[in-house]
Write a protein that binds this ligand. Sequence first.
Ligand code: HEM
Length: 332
Amino acid sequence: DPPPPPGPPSFAGLKLVNDADHPWKPLREGDIRGPCPGLNTLASHGYLPRNGVASPSDIVKAVQEGFNMENKFAIGVTYLGHLLDGNLVTDLLSIGGKTPNTGPAPPPPAHAGGLNVHGAFEGDAGITRADAFFGDNHSFNQTLFDKFVDFSNRYGGGYYNLSVAAELRYSRIQDSIATNPEFSFKNVRYITAYGETVFPVTLFVDGRVTTDRKLSMEDAASFFRDMQFPPDFHRAAQPSSNEGIPQVLAPHPWLPGGNADGKVNNYVADPDSADFQHLCRMYTNVVENVVGLYPNPTGILKRNLIKNLHYWHTGVNVTFGGCTELFPYGQL
Ligand code: HEM
């Protein structure tokens, strides 16, 4: 049985997390990493299984313990990934590519393909990862990191902060519009794209910093490229998540949408997409996508879909400020 999601940790304050119990280790043959520098770092320090395959409970505990990610937010992000990319029978998710270590995949169109799967959770216009259209949507991309450094120099005095996040987010959207005929930037991806630009400020900056939160380029490379906590790294001092998105959107308000008709420079807004005024549309859209992956589940698969959809709702309902729960497979 998939257990209910873990609650908040008993201590949710400042602490050293790059500690002797969690040494960084280089990858072994077969260890999996993916598009998320946060999860990659947790796996390389042993907060997650070092092979890169974990249960949703493992992930919620690890992001809380290692980064002080807020409980309901952690549940929302983790079960989103698990429902779209995980193996719901074995309760295991790959933080990168598809692997037999998550167990046999349910029949197609389900894939249990891990977080690398494009267009499920992972999407376009990432900060240090290229669009799937260009071939590799999950590896650290040095050219994009050079742009991250350049923008940090131009807008942040050599550091990444919310002003840099605003300019880089906007510029990465413009890059994709100009070069990726399949650019898609709506629903899940629209929401997560803004989230991932603030995590480096809220979660990668050492928790002992109390004012003017900004990330050095050395520490950024440590997380994004090396999957390693900086020396002596302390997690955020209080439960944190995506604080700062309004500051990222304000200088460059932008609507969800995508390049239409497979043509570059053809961005068309989608008025039906989720956005920050309509967060529950993301909830509904994902439930529809899950039903697309699992049109006719039976047995344990059906039971676990019902359970995981409910667990996910307990997170989004709080972080999205209330969304009517949907029961496409009924209730237990
Ligand atoms: C990106 C999943 C937690 C920081 C991503 C992406 C996925 C993902 C699938 C790729 C999105 C894309 O660019 O297309 C998850 C899941 C989490 C989680 C399931 C479970 C709670 C975290 C945490 C942090 C973090 C705790 C920070 C401490 C980031 C950042 C990116 C990202 C900065 C952007 C990477 C880039 O484009 O360069 N995450 N994540 N995530 N995640 Fe996570």
